[in-house]
Every structure is written in structure tokens, then in C-alpha cells.
Design a binder for this molecule. Structure first.
Ligand code: AQP
Length: 333
């Protein structure tokens, strides 16, 4: 069975974008794969996190993964900082990756913005840690949203350069799995910007714990254009906000853009937004309820994470030990 690895940052409440671009696919992939899913708290601190907020968000994120339907007994769910192998391998990869490669990463440019000189060194080498996350398990398939495609190409470059430099065939090739009609969900306020859990505007996103009234209001206020919906997907060209809402609807209704437009083409946004809000509310209600149930028993969530970390370390530690041997480190302990 192929091994899957994926991670999510505890940088806020997960959004509908995280759900459709990642979490929903994580759940589906459990059938037929060995899955390792990680709350990547080491990644989260590449940008400032208030410590108490980070603690709360990390436990909430773990609860959301379980609430979405990840089975922590059949598969593995854990916190990145609990397994030392990630940071150990990331250091070696810092020494394999080239500055020129990192300079091309668009996520760093987006996140650092104009204040590049003041960004953390961690944010700059974020893709090296991501490569370590995956390769510490020799995982070969990584379900991600479209925004992470470039980072996975870099992970493959690192794996190949390591294999080449040390004359081995040790790290496998990684295949990104970018699935579904909503691999990139866009902001509700700007159809050219991706929906993000850390966007300063709460109106830009649907949080997985938003209550029904909040969801309805955010969808009603979502930016659109004055034209009615087209009858064909081609009519969504150059209409990023319309395309985004149709894409969200398609993903939640398990259809595609054409299917949505067959049903809603010609309607104004008022009617379509009502239908979309109802669909989102129905889809998210069970997840929010289960998340709240789990968070009422944090000791249970922590026990699941402890067990996951032990099983994750049992896979990663020997792989990192072998990497260190290949590099030439002496193990005296
Ligand atoms: N808008 C999105 N559409 C589709 N997929 C998305 N993902 C994130 N945003 C969208 C996917 O969610 C997974 C986890 O992402 P992450 O938390 O590791 O980091 P991110 O991609 O930076 O997500 P956010 O929500 O934008 O977080 P912040 O605000 O902290 O930067 C990934 O598979 C990602 O592709």
C-alpha cells in the first residue's frame, strides 16, 4: 500500500478552503492507503503565534481532523513537534536545498510581502521542513491544495539531489494529489486571492465552526458581479468570484461546474447564494457538532495524539537514522 502524508498548520480555525482542498480528500484517501496526517505546529511558528492561541488552535485542529472522519486507529494523526525526526531531517535538507530554489517559492513571496527583510528565516526554509515531513516517512503521495504544488516540486528536487550527492536511491519520488473541483477555493472578498485561515478579514472565509447565520451572512455578502450565472462553464471566464462560488457548490454537491450551471444557469446571485449557503450549512453542521463534542474531552484528544506520535516516530526514526548514517554522522549514543 502506498503511504500518504499530509499536514495542516494550526494557524487558525480551518476554512472551507482547507476542507475542500485538503481535509475532505484526506478522509477519502484512507480507503486503500496508509495515511499519516499531521498538525504542523513547527510550520505555524514561521509566523508569530501567540503561545496560548497556538496551544488552543493546535488542539482544535486535531479535533477537526477527527471530526471530519480521519480514523486515528487505522491511520496516524499526530503533532509535528512531538516527533523530533521532522526537525532533524529538515536541518539536513537545509544543507541540500539551494538558495536559488527557495528564492523562486511564490508562497514565501506572498507571505513575506514587502517586508521580506523582516520575515523569519523559518518562513524562508519552510519548504525544506515540508520535504522532511514527507520524506521522513518515505511517503509517496501527498494530497494538497493547488497552492502547494510548487513546494512538492521542490521536495522532489531535494530528494533527487540528496540521492545524487550521496550516490543512493534512498528517498522516493513524491506524487502530489490535487483533487476535486475546489482544489483552490478563493477569498469571498476577492476572487483572485486564495481563502486563508489567517486572512485578517473574517468575511473573506467560511470557518468550519461558523454558525449557520454567520455562514448565510458571509455568503450573502460575498463579492459577485451584476450578471446572472452563465449556462456553460466558459461563461465563468474572467468572472473569478462567480467561478469560485460555482466551484464551491460543485465540490459540496459532488458534481462539476457544468452540473451546477445546468441547474442554476440564468439565475441571479440572490437565489444562487441562498442555495449555496444552505448547502454549506448542511455540509458543515455535523463537523462542527463532532468537533465541539471532542473538545469537551481534551484528554481524549491528547491521548489520540500521543499514540499517533509514538507510531509516527517508530516509522520516521529509523529513516532519519539511516539518512544520518549516509551523510556520515557517527552515532555514539
Ligand atoms: N483556499 C484553499 N483552497 C484549497 N486548498 C487550500 N489549502 C489551504 N487553503 C486552501 C490546503 O489546505 C492544506 C493545509 O494548508 P496549511 O494550513 O498547511 O497552509 P496554507 O496552505 O497556507 O493554508 P491557509 O489556510 O492559507 O493557512 P495560513 O493562513 O496559515 O497560511 C494544504 O493542503 C493547502 O493546500
Amino acid at each position: 500500500m502506498q503511504r500518504i502524508f499530509s499536514g495542516i498548520q494550526p494557524t487558525g480555525v480551518p476554512t472551507l478552503g482547507n476542507y475542500l482542498g485538503a481535509l475532505r480528500n484526506w478522509v477519502a484517501l484512507q480507503d486503500g492507503h496508509d495515511c499519516i496526517y499531521c498538525v504542523v505546529d513547527l510550520h505555524a511558528i514561521t509566523e508569530w503565534q501567540d503561545p496560548a492561541g497556538l496551544t488552543r488552535q493546535t488542539r482544535e485542529m486535531a479535533a477537526v481532523l477527527l471530526a471530519c472522519g480521519i480514523d486515528p486507529h487505522q491511520h496516524i494523526v499526530f503533532l509535528q513537534s512531538s516527533v523530533r525526526a521532522h526537525a532533524q531531517l529538515a536541518w539536513i535538507f537545509n544543507c541540500v536545498a539551494r538558495i536559488g530554489w527557495l528564492n523562486r517559492m511564490t508562497q514565501f513571496k506572498d507571505k513575506a510581502g514587502k517586508n521580506r527583510e523582516n520575515a523569519s528565516a523559518g518562513l524562508y526554509v519552510y519548504p525544506n521542513l515540508m520535504a522532511a515531513d514527507i520524506l521522513a516517512y518515505h511517503a509517496t503521495r501527498v494530497p494538497v491544495g493547488d497552492d502547494q504544488r510548487q513546494h512538492l516540486e521542490l521536495a522532489n528536487d531535494i530528494a533527487q539531489k540528496f540521492n545524487h550527492d550521496y550516490g543512493v536511491e534512498f528517498f522516493p519520488n513524491i506524487e502530489p494529489l490535487i483533487l476535486g473541483p475546489a482544489a483552490r477555493v478563493m477569498s469571498l472578498r476577492d476572487g483572485t486571492k486564495k481563502m486563508s485561515k489567517s486572512d485578517p478579514s473574517d468575511q473573506s472565509r467560511i470557518n468550519l465552526n461558523d454558525d449557520p447565520d454567520t455562514i448565510a451572512l458571509k455568503i450573502r455578502r460575498a463579492k459577485t458581479d451584476p450578471e446572472p450565472l452563465p449556462f456553460e462553464p466558459a461563461g465563468l471566464e474572467a468572472r473569478p468570484e462567480a467561478r469560485n462560488l460555482v466551484g464551491i457548490y460543485a465540490a459540496l454537491a459532488n458534481t462539476d461546474q457544468a452540473g451546477v450551471l445546468r441547474e442554476h444557469g440564468g439565475k441571479g446571485f440572490g437565489a444562487f447564494k441562498d442555495a449555496l449557503a444552505a448547502l454549506i450549512i448542511d455540509s458543515l453542521r455535523p463537523i462542527a457538532a463532532e468537533t465541539n463534542r471532542l473538545l469537551a474531552d481534551p484528554a481524549h484528544v491528547d491521548a489520540v495524539l500521543r499514540d499517533g506520535a509514538e507510531r509516527a516516530a517508530a516509522i520516521a526514526d529509523p529513516i532519519v537514522a539511516e539518512t544520518e548514517r549516509l551523510v556520515g554522522f557517527i552515532r555514539v549514543g
